[in-house]
Design a protein around this ligand. Sequence first.
Ligand code: C2E
Ligand code: MG
Ligand code: MG
Ligand code: MG
Length: 287
Amino acid sequence: AAKRDGRGCARIFNRSMLLLLEQRENLRRSLRSALRNGELHLEYQPIFRPPSSVVGFEALLRWHHPEVGTIPPSVFIPIAETDGLMDDIGRWVLEQACRQARTWPSWMTVAVNLSPAQFLSGALTDTVAQVIDAAGLRADRLELEITETVLLEKTVDNIDTLNTLNVLGIRISLDDFGTRYSSLSYLKNFPFDTLKIDQYFISDLETDQKSQAIVRSIIGLAHGLGMRVTAEGVETPGQARFLIEEDCDYLQGNWLGRPLPGETTRDFIRGSVPSAVGTSEGQNRAM
Ligand code: C2E
Ligand code: MG
Ligand code: MG
Ligand code: MG
């Protein structure tokens, strides 16, 4: 009986695992053709200098799968990475984002997220140089966002890559700061222009004194090192007020502006699109 139970368990386990694998295999297969079929899009989330001027946008990748619907980047980017598709997708993202940025006022920047796979591929600096050249975008209008995981391996090569990008005039941000390894040596050894404080510390900023202390310290640390600070995921006016009071340089979040389709960014810049498009919250961008 024990054996049968065991087999039964194993069979159930296998069947659900198989289902998961099939889904993943399906996703993998369709991700291969998604780029070709025009199923990938970028949205652009505005970044503000307090109190209310837009200084640029962050490009965020979307996959509109014809049957499954919209799949979030947190689901498909890891698949793209393990499947070696991130080089092609990442290049496409860079091209699209740089082209879009050309439609904005010349002082606005576009921030593009880089996955570790792209960063470690060795061709990154050449690709970036080619793409901005082809788009006719000034190098200092492109900001590349990397996370701390990128810095864990091959440190010497990574410093070289970051320095080369830096010499080209491209800006580099450390994304999701504070949530992973956050070694302070990274801040000493890598040429970052901006630290992005993860939403994790912003979401309970109004009630949690520890988050307040951490955010205050990160801002002080960054400024002491000559870096700017962006707060991610600002969802309430209270959070914005705290951040402005503490001298945070840039704010980003749904209360100020949700990610927008590229076509509406120009209208947004002109002020004719409310910040929280399609919702009732955050209509008032002036803080
Ligand atoms: P991220 O770079 O930290 O991007 C910020 C994420 O927070 C975005 O999620 C954005 O939509 C979301 N967000 C912004 N404001 C708020 C807010 O007020 N409240 C809440 N709850 N969320 C907010 P998204 O678009 O799902 O992207 C998730 C992650 O996927 C990104 O995190 C980034 O790491 C990655 N990603 C997105 N696009 C790309 C890309 O083109 N290439 C690569 N390599 N990674 C990407
Ligand atoms: Mg980012
Ligand atoms: Mg982030
Ligand atoms: Mg994040």
